[in-house]
Design a protein around this ligand. Sequence first.
Ligand code: UT7
Length: 331
Amino acid sequence: MNKITAAITAVGAYVPDFVLTNKILETMVDTNDEWITTRTGIKERRILKDEGKGSSFLGIKAAQDLIAKKNLDPATIDMVIFATATPDLPVAANAAYTASKIGATNAFSYDLQAACSSFLYGMSTAASYIESGRYKKILLIGADKMSSIIDYTDRATCIIFGDGGGAVLFEPNEDGYGLQDEYLRTDGIGREFLKIEAGGSILPPSEETVAKKQHFVQQDGKTVFKYAVSNMADASTKIMERNNLTGEDVNWLIAHQANKRIIDATANRMELDENKVLMNIQRYGNTTSATIPLLLHDYEKQLKKGDNIVFASFGGGFTWGSIYLKWAYNS
Ligand code: UT7
C-alpha cells in the first residue's frame, strides 16, 4: 500500500459585508491612507458589525460555503478543528458549537490557539490525524473576529486587523499529493511584545482592567516586525533546502497576511518571482487565523494539481513556521 499523505480537497470562505477603509480610519485616529498603504499594504478590512455574533458565525459561514461547493454530507466529517484567537466564549469551544450547527453530528472537535499561526499549526494537526490512518475527513476552520479585541483609538493596532473566516477539508491521498514537510517553532520571548494583558488567569477582568484598556491587543510593532521578517524567511528557506526546492520549483508562496513588507522580504529570501506571491492583505488586512484559507479561497482557480506551495506564518507567542504542500486538484 502507498504511503498516506494528507491533501486539501476543498476550500470555503466568508467575510462580513462592512468595509472599513483607510479613509474611514482617517476620521477615527491620527493616520492617513498613504502611511497605512506604504507601511502595511492594507487598503481596507471587513468588520462583523452584527450584535451577538462572534467568530463562530464567520467559521460556520465559511464551513457552509465549503460544504455546498464540495456537495459534502456533513455527517461524514470525522473531526472539526477551529483555529481562532477570538473564541465566542472563554470556555465552551467554538468547534463543538460549529460542528453541531453545520450538521457534523459524527465529529469530535476542539479549538486550537496559536495566534497568527493557528491555521498553520492546524494544518499540521489535521494532516497528522489523516496520515495516521485513523480519520478520513477533517474540517479545519480558521476564523477571527479581531474587531472584538481591538482598541479603535489606538492607531498602532486598529489599522492592521480585520474579521474573516475560511475552511479547508483534509482527506487521505495515496498518490503523493498533500502535506510533504513542516518546520514549526515557538519562542516565549514573544509574550512581551504582542499580547492581551487581562482577562486570563493572571489578571482576571475587573473594573480596573477595563478602565486601563487591558482587554485589547497591545503590540510593539517594530520588535514583532523584526522577529517576523527573520523567522518567516528562515523557516521558508529551511523547508526549501530540506526538500531540494529552488525558487523555480516553488509555484506559490501562501504567507500569513500581517504586513506586505514581511511577505516581500520572505519572497526575496526564497528568490521567488513576485507573481508567485499570493496577496490579499489590501482587501482584508490581518484576519489572524483566516488569512491562509482566505488566500486559498481567493486564488483557488489558479492553483493546479501538483503545484508546489510553501505556506508560512509568524504571530504572537511567538509562533511561526513553514509547510510544504503539493496541491491536489484543479477547480
Ligand atoms: O500577525 C501578527 C504579527 N504581527 C506583525 O507581524 C506586525 C509586525 N509589525 C508591523 O507590521 C509594523 O511594525 C507596523 C505596521 C505595526 C508599524 O509599522 P512601522 O514601520 O514599524 O512603524 P513604527 O511603529 O516604527 O512607527 C513609525 C512612525 C512613528 O512616528 P515617529 O516616532 O517616527 O515620529 C509612529 O508614531 O509612524 C508613526 N505611526 C503612525 N503614523 C500614522 C504609527 N502608527 C501610525 C499610523 N498612522 N497608524
